[in-house]
Design a protein around this ligand. Structure first.
Ligand SMILES: *[C@@H]1O[C@H](CO)[C@@H](O)[C@H](O)[C@H]1NC(C)=O
Length: 295
């Protein structure tokens, strides 16, 4: 039996940051396409789908157009990972009498929900800024020079309220979906492990499969509130009377299928982004082990 190596928490964290950055580098272009498709008004829809939107951005603004707004989630990678890791661990710990007991599926789900709740502190403003930057090119004007400029302007105009606009929708989006993500990921890893082996010996393709499938399920639940959130966070001040108004307007103008705008972009993104995250994590961990074997 293979001896299980203990990975130091610090190395784990740094490698996680590298993984998260790789995820953004690979996944952000399709995220930009998603947000633009989600927020284009139906009456004057510019793009017919993912491919069309992608090509238009590249032709008009170059590759940089696809990476607009990435600074905001990039700045959130480290705090978000730390919060997610700690609160997932706390959630598990709160439900066990001793750390060795294995958790039931519903307990893993609840721990994931807790992680989704606490990460909102950084995710909500991160998303607000990211979405504003992603769509601002469409109108041709550039109000914001970048993430920091955007944060300052939002704060100056409306205070902390302006920066945190969309928090409730972020919670509705992230709490159940994060629980589901952790649950599916753990479940699939267990299911893919051959009888008699430990989950830690799972092969890379199987880990990628579990992560990609969990990501897709995650988004299937998260997308309806995500569509509402993108619209709410990028709307002009006073356009909507509140959350219900966003939902009512969307349903009136587009019907229920409007709630799944951007789904193809999310599906296309799930596997490559997840693979990039995993590979970045593994390579960084190896490099750290070589650079500082005794840490
Ligand atoms: C899961 O969905 C949330 C949106 O609720 C998103 O922010 C997150 O990146 C997704 N995670 C994965 C691994 O796909």
């Amino acid at each position: 039996m293979k001896q299980e190596a203990k990975v130091s928490p610090l190395k784990n964290f740094v490698a996680g940051g590298v993984g998260g950055t790789c995820l953004l580098l690979v996944g952000h272009p399709l995220d930009t396409v998603k947000v633009i498709l989600q927020t284009q008004p139906r009456a004057s829809a510019l793009y017919s789908g993912v491919y069309d939107c992608f090509c238009h951005i590249v032709v008009r603004q170059g590759i940089a157009g696809l990476y607009r707004g990435m600074g905001a989630p990039l700045a959130c990678v480290a705090p978000m990972m730390a919060i997610s890791f700690l609160s997932f661990g706390l959630g598990k710990r709160l439900q066990q009498s001793d750390p060795e007991t294995t958790l039931s599926h519903s307990q893993i789900f609840l721990s994931g929900c807790l992680a989704g709740t606490f990460t909102t502190v950084v995710v909500a403003p991160g998303e607000r800024i990211k979405c504003l930057l992603q769509v601002q090119s469409r109108s041709g004007e550039s109000r914001y020079a970048g993430p920091l400029d955007c944060a300052f302007k939002l704060y100056k105009d409306r205070g902390i309220h302006g920066v945190y606009r969309g928090t409730v929708l972020t919670l509705i989006r992230d709490v159940p979906s994060t629980g589901l993500y952790f649950l599916t990921y753990e479940y699939l890893k267990g299911a893919l492990t051959p009888v008699g082996q430990s989950v830690s010996q799972l092969s890379t393709p199987n880990i990628l499969l579990a992560g990609g499938a969990a990501g897709i399920l995650n988004w299937t639940v998260a997308l309806p509130p995500d569509v509402l959130k993108s619209n709410f966070q990028t709307a002009a001040d006073g356009r909507y009377g509140g959350l219900w108004d966003v939902l009512r307007t969307l349903l009136r103008e587009e019907g229920p299928k409007g709630l799944y705008k951007g789904f193809s972009a999310v599906l296309l993104r799930a596997f490559p982004a997840n693979a990039a995250c995993f590979l970045g994590f593994e390579v960084a961990l190896k490099a750290l082990d070589m650079a500082a074997p005794r840490w």
